[in-house]
Design a protein around this ligand. Structure first.
Ligand code: KIV
Ligand code: ZN
Length: 386
């Protein structure tokens, strides 16, 4: 079975930048956009042009420098928004307008104070209007995760007829379970006329920690685009993490789904986004966290030193990390200690190692982590000259 391409739609610069305190200036956005292009993402959502002159300007400037990736600009289903998005995209080689409206009962009744029929009309109008400016129109059904599937299917069918090329099914509130979200995508795939002519897209938020699982369920049931951000940054608990979905597809080749992301640039891209936004990455974050390839317990260290894949499913080099780390703590064993001594040029005999180990556990009980200087100090104190 041939591997199918999954489009990676990066929204770090739009949904990701909605994190309070993480606002980026235009030059920072350009630098990140260029890095995303080098990384190999298919679509860069560059901003929400009507929201501010600065965001408008960022979309213009990003459009000028990006050559291969598609540039997407967000709008509500409002003519002025759509026109502004189109104006911001004039220099884009491959422009896309992303427009849409809330479709759940909660959004229709409480936020939009409207009815299902009126929302359907607005959705159709927005897509037709956007189509006057560019060919590639992505429609989002906001809060699709909590939208009744029959109504969602009606909206999808109508916007396809109006000219949408991509249908985004956001789990805006991060509510769905993976099985539920996968079933929603499957329902649309099986019940919407014309669905075979458009790309179905996942856009999952992480309020219950399920964004990645939901996105994967989506592509297993027919979605062919994932919307995600570097480091999973985004509103509230964040968006689907780009590095996670990319590496899940790579680690499970039997899914026959893959992106064209150059995974060796993931770590570098993660650091750029983290530093630009002033948003540290949690140490235990999958793939790009400082501890993602660090081993501190004796049992694990012994295994990894003998053969890396006993405790690591990803070769750190595959994601741009030089090497796995053997961290010395009070939980470490002799194998790790010998390994670390060897790394700094000391090949200890068994007897010497026993002496050094007795000292090491005392130091480790006091310090959180034992470093190379501590090891040299132990050798000096015990007069070991190996
Ligand atoms: O989460 C969401 O529904 C969104 C849309 C604007 C696409 O970000
Ligand atoms: Zn979102």
């Amino acid at each position: 079975m041939a591997t199918e391409h999954i489009f990676i739609f990066d929204t770090t610069l739009r949904d990701g930048e909605q994190v309070p305190g993480c606002k980026l200036a235009t030059p920072q956005k350009i630098e990140i956009a260029l890095q995303l292009e080098a990384l190999g993402v298919d679509i860069i959502e560059a901003g929400f042009p009507i929201s501010s002159p600065g965001d408008f300007n960022s979309v213009v400037e990003i459009s000028k420098v990006i050559k291969n990736a598609r540039i997407c600009a967000l709008s509500r289903a409002v003519d002025a928004d759509i026109k502004r998005a189109a104006e911001a995209l004039v220099y884009a080689k491959h422009p896309r307008i992303h427009t849409g409206i809330g479709t759940s009962q909660s959004h229709i009744q409480h936020k939009l104070r409207s009815t299902q029929d009126k929302i359907l009309e607005r959705a159709i109008h927005a897509v037709k209007y956007a189509k006057k400016f560019v060919e590639d129109i992505e429609f989002y059904a906001e809060d699709a995760g909590r939208t009744d599937n029959e109504y969602l299917a009606r909206v999808c069918e109508a916007v396809i007829k109006a000219g949408a090329t991509v249908l985004n099914i956001p789990d805006t509130t991060g509510y769905c379970l993976p099985e539920e979200y996968g079933a929603k995508i499957a329902f649309l795939r099986d019940n919407v006329k014309g669905i075979e002519n458009v790309v179905l897209s996942t856009h999952c938020h992480n309020d219950l920690g399920l964004a990645t699982a939901n996105s994967i369920a989506g592509i297993q049931h027919g979605a062919r685009q994932i919307e995600c951000t570097i480091n999973g940054v985004g509103e509230r608990a964040g968006n689907t993490s780009l590095e996670e979905v990319v590496m899940i597809m790579r680690q499970h080749p039997y899914l026959n789904l893959d992106s064209k992301v150059n995974s060796k640039l993931l770590n570098q891209t993660s650091r750029l986004v983290s530093e630009s936004m002033g948003m540290p990455v949690q140490p235990n974050k999958a793939i790009v966290g400082a501890n993602a390839f660090a081993h501190s317990s004796g049992i694990h260290q012994d295994g990894v030193i003998k053969r890396r894949d006993t405790y690591e499913i990803i070769d750190p080099k595959e994601v741009g990390v030089d090497t796995s780390k053997i961290v010395l703590t009070a939980r470490s064993g002799r194998a790790a200690l010998a390994y670390r001594f060897k790394n700094i040029g000391h090949n200890l005999s068994k007897v010497e190692l026993d002496i050094a180990y007795a000292q090491f556990v005392q130091v480790a009980d006091v310090k959180k982590e034992v470093n190379d200087e501590d090891l040299e100090e132990i050798l000096k104190r015990e007069q070991i000259t190996a």
